[in-house]
Design a protein around this ligand. Structure first.
Ligand SMILES: [Zn+2]
Length: 341
């Protein structure tokens, strides 16, 4: 496509008074990081690409599965068949949607050791994660680097969102000083989720992102909650907490907690196991060796082993997702038995 085609690509958006040609130029020179390319993250990535954000970092630790396709709009059946990493599959699809956007797919689990490096250069972060542990980490990293981020969540027919702007708005710790109990109980695996809520929260997040990137001064104030089944739409003003450890006192306890857990829950009936230090594994060689032990597939990005009624997906850095157990000891011994790091 030439420059004239691209002028036409954005013509309806430039015609919108809130953006105009100046706003469009700002979008083109912006970088957004999307953490988690699931239902919300993939839909937001598509909208931000079509809107012409210049650079998008796609950070995700997982791979495409069949149960994602009902709502994760960037993936198709072939991606699930091949078990492609979500960040890679998302970047491939986005490239066909808008070839002008610079895409950086990153297959990694965001943790305290890598979060600052991974978010480097981003003007704004969209939260597409599914757990509070990672959100608190994002909150700390964004406050420290003074990067705005958009807290997003969706489960069943319910979703919420709040733009968090360091120095201006309350932060996630002001809103939820501790991990909400309900968050532990209702997950997309246990309570299900409909695609209209993930799509809606992604649209709201994109609108907030555009408003912030073009410096419109119109960012939503407070927590927006929606329940599409119960017809509930609500904006709740939130206040800063004067005793907030993160935004008031500048103590970033999640960021400073080094030595990430070696094993942690990753969805339902699945655990993530990390090696003591990042590796650079030869997956092809390992696949040849493991063929004797079970059913093995290797796709250039990850290796999948099925054995003893369990499934292990291994990434080149040695990280693995083990399905079929919720017992950390079992997961570790399964990992040790086959991968042996
Ligand atoms: Zn706070």
């Amino acid at each position: 496509m030439n420059n004239r085609d691209f002028a036409e690509y954005y013509i309806r958006q430039v015609a919108f008074a809130g953006i105009g040609s100046e706003g469009q130029a700002r979008l083109a020179s912006s970088c957004v990081a999307i953490v988690g390319c699931g239902g919300i993250g993939s839909a937001a990535a598509e909208q931000l690409s079509r809107a012409g954000v210049g650079k998008i970092k796609l950070i995700d630790r997982d791979y495409v599965e069949w149960n994602n396709l009902q709502r994760q709009v960037l993936f198709d059946e072939e991606d699930a068949r091949r078990a492609l990493p979500k960040a890679v599959a998302a970047a491939r699809k986005l490239k066909t949607i808008n070839s002008q956007v610079h895409l950086e797919p990153i297959v990694a689990d965001l943790c305290s050791e890598n979060v600052e490096e991974l978010l480097e250069g981003a003007d704004l972060i969209v939260d597409g994660t599914d757990n509070f542990e990672t959100r608190y980490l994002l909150n700390d990293a964004c406050l420290k680097a003074k990067r705005p981020w958009i807290y997003c969540a969706a489960v069943s027919s319910y979703g919420m969102l709040m733009p968090i702007i360091p120095g201006r708005t309350p932060c996630l710790k002001c809103l939820f000083p501790r991990e909400p109990e309900a968050g532990r109980l209702a997950t997309c695996a246990t309570a299900g989720v409909i695609n209209s809520i993930t799509g809606l929260i992604a649209s709201l997040a994109t609108a907030e992102a555009l408003k912030l990137l073009v410096e419109s001064g119109k960012a939503a104030q407070g927590l927006i909650s929606v329940d599409l089944w119960e017809n509930l739409f609500e904006v709740r003003r939130a206040g800063k907490r004067s005793d907030c450890p993160a935004c008031a006192q500048g103590r970033y306890e999640h960021l400073e907690a080094r030595g990430e857990a070696a094993v942690r829950l990753c969805g339902r009936d699945a655990l993530q196991v990390r090696p003591p230090s990042p590796q650079a594994l030869d997956l092809k060689g390992l696949a040849r060796r493991l063929r004797k032990a079970g059913e093995v597939e290797e796709n250039g990005f990850l290796l999948r082993l099925r054995a003893q009624g369990r499934e292990l997906v291994l990434f080149p850095d040695g990280r693995a997702i083990i399905k079929g157990t919720e017992d950390p000891k079992e997961a570790r011994s399964f990992y040790a038995e086959y991968i042996g790091l």
